[in-house]
Ligand binder design. Structure first.
Ligand code: ZN
Ligand code: ZN
Length: 420
């Protein structure tokens, strides 16, 4: 069977997370979204563990269920150099044991969702190994709290300790991550890192597993590529829409080339803010191969349906009017993926013609993408030519998409320094 799973989210006990991040809300929104399995996130927090046990039933080792949605035990920890790691636990005893082992090194393990632990990456990975916990770097390339903001290789960070996967993060896809040869043996995870159960957050990235049943043990085998179990699809945000895709100022979001950023000593000449290196530019620095591993599953680039609807009707993505249209599509066709990828445009048009046109544009790569950077998500825009044409005529029109430069335009350094 195939199961869509999002293995990295945060609970309401983590900083800056919606109060609506509860187990019942997660289960309900996962069903809407078409996910069969969700990582609990934050399971090292004892209160979140309590909520999980209260609202779900254990159906297999390390596997819980509420209203048809399965949960497995996951968490994210921050190490002594502020690098984040994703953990996937085999059972609740391993969670509790890990919590006890980490407590002497962590001041906030009982209060935070994502605890800070004063141990090296390799020490955390060794502990994980001892307890049968799967581990890998979270959002591996982002500029604040990832492995590659701190180290130049997996080996530098983990120092020979075993890891089983690498999480791509929203600003990278498989093709980008494969530019580094050392990744080729690893399974990639594409997870949402959602801080809210809203449909444009939960499951905005997910992994399609080919497994016998939605349990921890089957997920483990798939991540280790054993017994025919595997990930058959990584689906995720178009990496250009990620908020750290290009190099940009973290205060005013002006984009810079890496050369410009270096010349300005990573301080924005416009506002004095810090310039953060984009994931695209970080990967280009480290790239050492053009080859791809043969067993890498395809990566499906998504734009969240709720954001497409918001763009079309000109309302905020979290408004009621967007939610109403989103639910109509989901009720009619079952899952967001089907709406985005499979259902014929004519059928979509019976629910909402304008949105159907935008989905056609998304499928045919005719949406204008303005890349993200510096902490600001990228944006999608619908070309006017498409807005103005009837649905039957879509196939015939010539759309001259003004694709925003993938790379920021090279400007001379002087153009920044000259007074306007
Ligand atoms: Zn993180
Ligand atoms: Zn700035």
């Amino acid at each position: 069977m195939q199961v869509d799973a999002d293995l990295h989210i945060h609970s309401r006990y983590s900083k800056a997370v919606s109060k609506a991040m509860t187990i019942p809300n997660l289960a309900e929104n996962a069903r809407f979204k078409g996910l069969g399995l969700v990582g609990t996130g934050d399971i090292l927090n004892p209160k979140w563990e309590g909520e999980l046990l209260k609202y779900t039933k254990e159906v297999a080792e390390g596997t819980y269920e509420r209203k048809g949605i399965r949960f497995i035990l996951t968490a994210e920890v921050e190490d002594n150099r502020r690098v984040h790691h994703v953990l996937i636990f085999p059972n609740i005893d391993a969670v509790r044991e890990m919590r006890e082992k980490l407590r002497p090194y962590s001041a906030d393990i009982d209060s935070e969702g994502r605890p800070h632990v004063n141990l090296r990456a390799s020490e955390i990975a060794d502990l994980a190994s001892d307890l049968g916990v799967l581990i890998g770097p979270a959002h591996a390339f982002t500029p604040w709290t990832s492995l590659y903001k701190e180290y130049d290789s997996l080996k530098d960070a983990y120092d020979g300790a075993k890891i089983q996967f690498l999480e791509l993060g929203l600003s990278a896809d498989s093709e980008m991550a494969d530019r580094i040869k050392a990744h080729h043996r690893l399974t990639y995870l594409s997870n949402s890192d959602a801080h809210s159960p809203m449909p444009h957050r939960l499951g905005r990235e997910f992994n399609r597993f080919e497994i016998q049943e939605a349990t921890f043990e089957e997920i483990r085998r798939a991540i280790l590529k054993r017994g025919g179990r595997r990930i058959v699809l990584n689906a995720g945000l178009d990496p250009r829409l990620g908020k750290y895709h290009l190099t940009a100022c973290s205060r005013c979001y002006t984009k810079y080339s890496p050369e410009e950023a270096r010349a300005f000593k990573w301080k924005c000449p416009k506002c004095g803010g810090r310039i953060k290196k984009g994931v695209h530019d970080r990967i280009m620095e480290l790239a050492d191969t053009d080859e791809r591993p043969k067993d890498r599953p395809p990566y499906l680039k998504l734009a969240p349906l709720a954001e497409i609807i918001a763009m079309v009707i000109g309302k905020g993505v979290e408004t009621k009017s967007v939610r109403v249209i989103w639910e109509r599509f989901l009720r009619e066709f079952g899952s967001e993926i089907k709406v985005l990828v499979d259902v014929p445009v004519e059928a979509l048009a019976e629910v909402h013609e304008e949105v159907a046109k935008a989905i056609w544009a998304y499928r045919n790569e005719k949406l204008i993408v303005i890349p993200g950077g510096g902490g600001k998500y990228g944006e999608i825009r619908l070309p006017e030519e498409i807005r103005n044409v009837k649905i039957e005529e879509l196939e015939n029109i010539e759309v001259e998409v003004q694709v925003e430069e993938y790379r920021p335009k090279q400007r001379s350094l002087m153009s920044f320094l000259k007074p306007k």
